[in-house]
Design a protein around this ligand. Sequence first.
Ligand SMILES: [Zn+2]
Length: 565
Amino acid sequence: MKLSGSFATASALLAFAMVTACMTPTAQLEDSARARNFIAAHEATVRPLEKQSSLAWWEANISGKDEAFKAKEEAQNQLDAALANAQRFAELKALKVSPLTDPRLRRQIDVLYLAYLEKQVDPELLKRMTAKANAIEKAFNVFRARIDGRELTDSEVRKVLKESTDSARRRAVWEASKEVGSVVERDLKELVALRNEAARKLGFKDFHAMQLALNEQSQEQVLKLFDELDALTREPFRLAKAEIDGVLARQCGVRVEELRPWHYHDPFFQESPAIFEVNLDTVYAQVDILKLCREYYSGIGLPIEDVIARSSLYEQPGKSPHAFCTDIDREGDVRVLANIVPNHYWMGTMLHELGHAVYSSKNIPRTVPYVLRDAAHILTTEGVAMMFERAANSADWLGKMGVSVPDPRAFNESGAKMLRNRLLIFSRWCQVMFRFEKAMYANPGQDLNKLWWDLVEQYQMVRRPEGRNAPDYASKIHVVSAPAYYHNYMMGELFASQVHHTIARQVLKAPPSDAIYVGKPEVGAFMRDRVFAPGRTLPWNELTQFATGEPLNAKAFAADFQGRR
Ligand SMILES: [Zn+2]
């Protein structure tokens, strides 16, 4: 079983070897029976709680009502309490090192082990961590950038960064927005210490290593992938950024060498500056997005009528303004929450959410046990959603869907450029986040301000402001609220490209740039057989190998930006 090395301690391995040595077939049978009992008991208690929690979450997001949010929190607490049960975890620990020969049984125990392990944090420590994280999130919520005694809202900050051509004004607003870093710095350092303490008590070297191990990843593995990604996309990124920099410098009347972080359109340069946006919205203003989704997914043999029937797709009072897809019961009750308006953003978003919807218990066979009847990994389901989402930028796709595009060539060129810039810029941002968090948890006492800007210069190629020594890393809320997580989105994009290239090569026998899925049920069949069907029976990298013939790598993603699309 891959990756287990990162959380199996030496003594556990020794115990495993000893147990195996004196194992009789009868004892193995006993182990299998114990494992089956454990799984049955887990399903009896946890399965109803998982369903209750999903329903409560859905209700809260639809209605926005306080009592619904309270019910959601209570359902989550009950679920957490069930997984935190120390006695059950002890039983699981014993099963984890027992020699189960049935691979599906083995896999279920491994998956459950990680789910319970995550909840075994010392309750006193957990309370302190939650309190600290809440205090920081609250500080973020109430913080407003102040300039000349006036407070700016978040959208006012963004508006200046998007529109102002006055470098001094941009700088003042950017610096004011970074002040939140100094407000939360001390608390964040304490939170990092608490998280590390919790991780060490569970046998990990630090919190970052633990988070990855809980998701069946290792730091070395992700680092190797990110090094490859860096090497393959450094030049395309440099070229794309040079073009962007030229425009930004011209707009602000400065030389390119004078560009600093405040010249980009968002506070972290994680998004593409909106300078080449042609209006893809004009085309989508005339389109019935839902109808297009229905026809598209049904045409590739992955119909979504039942999902649509259960979903909440348009704006209503109190409802969450975002979009997500949820599998309520792993028995086919799959729903999407969205707020469709006819524009490019919602076309892409609906293709994305319905991508999650087709990769769910709808298409993972009921023969896969409940515990494994889910996507292989967060990165594989994100990857599938991202792969389908990309079609919204293509006039060829629209044309095949019967939508007339006035100037398809211009639409394709701008659509491809927007996509390329977005992905390249996002990939550099993920490099900074992954490497920063890894290094911060490994050595929280180092000069983190310097570490942050060293990484920004190296990977995002943005020059640090001269003489600045401030905790700018602490102004990113995700360091608090979604630690060690960004890399999964990036790996999802790599997965999207790799699966798409496989479909192009094996199924459609066309170059990746011409491989359009419209009206091709063989694409749906490939997705169902090679990507969805295994559920979680395969860990993410074995699934990638199974689906594409190779472990996850950056080659397909990079090839899309090398001029040999
Ligand atoms: Zn998603």
